[in-house]
Design a protein around this ligand. Sequence first.
Ligand code: GDP
Length: 174
Amino acid sequence: MSNFAYDYIIKYIIIGDAGVGKSCLLLQFTDKRFQPAHDLTIGVEFGARFVEVEGKKIKLQIWDTAGQESFRSITRSYYRRAAGALLVYDITRRTTFENLLIWLEDIRQHSNPDTTIMLIGNKSDLESRRVVQFAEGEAFARQHGLFFMETSAKTAENVEDAYVDTAKDIYEKI
Ligand code: GDP
């Protein structure tokens, strides 16, 4: 099998308020690096990487909605094509947690009903600035039937697992 061959292709979208770390979560997964703070022009919009699930080589194609949050202009087709959605909030900013319901409504309205949704509480490295407790994220996820994980795009903690666990759930539905 050549390096470019794969068994399946799975598409993800990353959504959530501006500044929660969507671009960084994409970059950490595809390039294994972190863009230092204050650089507001990361501009990553698309990435891809191979993962292995149950011996199958799966190509993950990931779209980041960076910059589109304030316009609510994310198109229906963008949602419709995604088998997985990473819904991200920032554990150091409560408003990003409170806005989750709006995002969830948006996903549920525009995507396929069987889309796998992984709720991500990002910036777990900033424990001293935490305002949203782990149990709150967990409870929200349970209530709405989502997977849940806390990650750090900075230290890479749980980043791989967030993507791969989502892929495993999607693969089981294929
Ligand atoms: P986006 O608007 O959701 O795409 O957010 P970005 O990926 O541009 O990140 C916003 C800011 O948060 C940037 O300054 C990042 O460096 C910072 N950031 C993102 N993820 C993390 C993280 O896990 N930990 C820390 N400490 N900072 C992060």
